[in-house]
Ligand binder design. Structure first.
Ligand SMILES: Cc1cc2nc3c(=O)[nH]c(=O)nc-3n(C[C@H](O)[C@H](O)[C@H](O)COP(=O)(O)OP(=O)(O)OC[C@H]3O[C@@H](n4cnc5c(N)ncnc54)[C@H](O)[C@@H]3O)c2cc1C
Ligand code: FES
Length: 284
């Protein structure tokens, strides 16, 4: 059982949860993920590491309520326990010295780029970040990202905060101004990661993305998370989650993510019919 130390809403359906997992955070590295189970018979949901404090033994996850299990997670109060938190899983991100190291986070993808930016800067890179979301309310970690990056650019689709437009528009502007990164790690919704890769392809800027295929065990046993990279089948959980975005088959990733939509809708409908008290606690 894992104790929930903090848990609160950070805008619309996004939540921040802090878990007491001292052994796990001792080993965890930026770019890795964990698999959570809320209850004994519950689904296993992969979540990226958004922050960790090795001294306090805590791990932070930022998640969006999107279906049954994330809705169930949102009912857990600080001081209560979830079933388990397995990890760290997957490979750490490439944070060695590249020079101008750009991190791009879209929506909930802002969370996993945060520890990567911290580590890349610690390793001597000039780190610049672009974070974007649909609207102002969905931008989070602004202060944390300002600390982690040498420079930070913010944009929203509706122009309610920062520049108006997509993260790929900001990236194109910087390239046009001669500010070309040596390496990019982009994390966010699949169309966003694809747009970033198409922006950088003509300039041959190495661009890696973190994939989010459906995962079950997270340890290479089930094959659910398979993706195609340069025509070769890879497993998101053990070969990734980061891959060269110029080689990734984004269309296959999208279609595989949609495979269980009818079942997911049915599970959410049943969950909503039951009596649950969503925990939308204040920031404590
Ligand atoms: C490596 C990795 C890291 C992730 N990190 C985060 C994170 O930091 N924050 C966050 O909000 N989300 C993250 N996700 C996505 C998250 O796991 C799903 O949103 C969650 O599993 C949805 O479960 P559900 O029951 O609430 O929704 P469901 O109704 O079951 O599914 C809704 C949608 O979520 C996706 N999904 C469903 N089950 C899984 C699964 N087992 N694995 C992956 N995707 C699934 C599918 O696209 C599906 O259509 C990550 C996924 C991966 C693979
Ligand atoms: S989640 Fe089962 S092989 Fe990757």
């Amino acid at each position: 059982m894992v104790e929930v130390l903090e848990h609160y809403n950070i805008g619309q359906s996004n939540f921040k949860i802090v878990l007491a997992v001292p052994k796990l955070v001792k080993k965890a590295k930026p770019g890795q993920f964990v698999v959570l189970r809320v209850s004994e018979n519950g689904e296993r949901i992969p979540m990226s590491i958004a922050d960790m404090d090795r001294e306090a033994g805590t791990l932070t996850v930022i998640y969006q309520v999107i279906g049954k299990t994330t809705a169930l997670l949102a009912t857990v109060k600080p001081g209560e326990y979830i079933m388990d938190c397995v990890g760290p899983l997957g490979n750490p991100s490439h944070v060695d010295k590249k020079g101008k190291y750009m991190v791009i986070g879209g929506g909930i993808g802002i969370a996993p780029i945060h520890p990567v930016a911290q580590k890349a800067r610690e390793n001597g890179n000039e780190v610049y970040g672009i974070i974007g979301a649909r609207t102002k309310e969905l931008i989070f970690f602004e202060d944390e990202m300002r600390k982690a990056c040498n420079r930070l650019y913010i944009c929203t689709d509706d122009g309610s905060y920062g520049e108006k437009g997509f993260v790929s528009n900001v990236l194109q502007r910087l390239i046009d101004e001669g500010d070309k990164p040596d390496f990019i790690l982009a994390i966010g919704p699949v169309p966003m990661m694809k747009a970033v890769c198409e922006t950088t392809r003509p300039y041959s800027i190495p661009t890696w993305v973190s994939v989010n295929p459906i995962m079950i065990d997270g340890t290479g046993m089930c094959g659910a998370c398979r993706v195609s990279v340069g025509g070769v089948t890879k497993f998101g959980c053990v070969d990734g989650p980061d891959f060269d975005g110029h080689l990734l088959d984004f269309d296959l990733l999208t279609s595989r993510l949609r495979m269980y939509i009818p079942q997911e809708r049915e599970a959410m409908k049943k969950f909503q019919e039951e009596v649950h008290t969503p925990y939308v606690g204040p920031k404590s």
